[in-house]
Design a protein around this ligand. Structure first.
Ligand code: HEC
Length: 113
């Protein structure tokens, strides 16, 4: 118990220092993101706390998405989601935002071919 209280006390000032995000949940809709089963559920679950944009810019394997959910729960007090519900979220995330082997974006023209 003492450990939990202690870490919450450390986490609070750090959060308070952050400038309030300009983001408003109503600025985003699930339709902006790749269609697929469970998209809306996943979207509304995550935007309780932050923009879905920061989720959608990630590309990860299913097991790393699983780690993200664990991290969200342990570090940021996201409601723990297990079983079928967790599978649905992971299905959507790993399908819509899968790990890419191709590097994206800018390529160094001087890189050895
Ligand atoms: C209870 C609040 C809460 C919920 C719900 C939540 N998150 Fe987060 N998440 C946070 C906070 C706070 C941060 C930013 C702080 C940080 O990066 O440590 C964050 C950051 C992230 C990041 C990192 C973004 C970056 O810039 O690297 C990812 C990825 C992420 N969340 C994914 C998710 C996904 C996927 C869901 C829904 C399944 C979700 N989060 C739901 C609190 C939450």
């Amino acid at each position: 118990m003492a450990i939990i209280v202690g870490s919450a006390a450390i986490a609070l000032p750090a959060t308070a220092q952050q400038t309030p995000p300009a983001f408003e949940p109503r600025d985003e809709t699930p339709e902006q993101y790749p269609p697929g089963p469970n998209r809306d559920d996943t979207f509304y679950f995550c935007v309780a706390c932050h923009s879905f944009q920061i989720v959608a810019q990630q590309r990860m394997s299913r097991s790393r998405w699983d780690d993200v959910l664990t991290w969200m729960t342990e570090r940021h007090k996201m409601p723990d989601v297990q079983g079928e519900e967790r599978d649905k979220i992971l299905d959507y995330l790993s399908t819509a935002f899968p790990e890419t082997t191709q590097p994206r974006g800018w390529k160094n023209p001087f890189a050895p071919k």
